[in-house]
Design a protein around this ligand. Structure first.
Ligand SMILES: *[C@@H]1O[C@H](CO)[C@@H](O)[C@H](O)[C@H]1NC(C)=O
Ligand SMILES: *[C@@H]1O[C@H](CO)[C@@H](O)[C@H](O)[C@H]1NC(C)=O
Ligand SMILES: *[C@@H]1O[C@H](CO)[C@@H](O)[C@H](O)[C@H]1NC(C)=O
Ligand SMILES: *[C@@H]1O[C@H](CO)[C@@H](O)[C@H](O)[C@H]1NC(C)=O
Length: 210
């Protein structure tokens, strides 16, 4: 009896270092796995995009070289392909669902006092071939035009540029976004004529401009 206990003890003791090794392997594996999710070229594109933005309250502090861009604030990747498919960069962040993760609530509370993003919008966004949702609402692009290249973001189904201080004409080629369902350009200082060419997007469910 005593002998059995002694053997068990020694087994436990000899197993112990292996358990640590196994745990360590699991942690590094899980970590490596989540890095695989973020596509290198898309991460670079986001960093270029960030570089041209003015971000006084450092909202994009999680956007750093070498990080997993799928975990960056405001970035949503496709759950199996890892392609970035949503950018939620409205300021301030919208109120999370009541049972949202603590991290999301913390980000929301931090964003409440945040200054909006401004600066320039780098065409590197065109690298995000699977971007279906882009929300830049409530920011302050202090009078630049809506970039024409937005009309080349072919996968967009949702584009929200409301109240972001864009100025000038609405690019006609937004009408080329054939998958677009929601386009919100409200509360900017836009001018010019809205013509048929703006409405080539066949499945537009919602078009807000006022
Ligand atoms: C991935 O997303 C799709 C729809 O976007 C959903 O149906 C599916 O359940 C998700 N898979 C996982 C593993 O979360
Ligand atoms: C927007 O940005 C411009 C230029 O930086 C600044 O003059 C203006 O006060 C800002 N407006 C708001 C509402 O933050
Ligand atoms: C666009 O964003 C604004 C402010 O963030 C929000 O109030 C509005 O509902 C959004 N528009 C659409 C079409 O989702
Ligand atoms: C948009 O579509 C029109 C007509 O389909 C085409 O002539 C034009 O070149 C397209 N513009 C862009 C920027 O793709």
């Amino acid at each position: 009896m005593a002998g059995t206990i002694a053997t068990m003890k020694s087994i436990t003791i000899t197993l112990f270092p292996f358990l640590i090794v196994i745990l360590a392997i699991c942690f590094s594996f899980c970590d490596a796995n989540s890095n695989v999710l973020c596509i290198e070229s898309e991460r670079k594109a986001l960093l270029k995009f960030k570089n041209d933005l003015v971000d006084p309250s450092n909202r994009l502090s999680s956007w750093v070289e070498g990080g997993d861009c799928c975990k960056w604030l405001g970035v949503v990747c496709h759950n199996s392909t890892g392609h970035i498919n949503q950018l939620h960069l409205a300021a301030p962040l919208s109120v999370p669902h009541f049972d949202a993760p603590v991290g999301e609530w913390e980000a929301y509370h931090r964003s409440k006092n945040n200054s909006p993003l401004g600066g320039k919008i780098n065409p590197s966004l065109l690298e995000l071939k699977h971007l279906s949702s882009l929300d830049l609402s409530n920011n302050n692009f202090s009078g630049i035009q809506i970039p024409k290249f937005f009309g080349l973001l072919e996968s967009l189904t949702y584009l929200n540029l409301s109240q972001a201080r864009f100025r000038g004409a609405i690019p006609h080629n937004l009408g080329n976004l054939s998958k677009l369902q929601y386009l919100d350009l409200g509360c900017n200082q836009l001018e010019g004529v809205v013509s048929e060419s703006h409405f080539q997007a066949r499945f537009l469910n919602s078009f807000v401009i006022h």
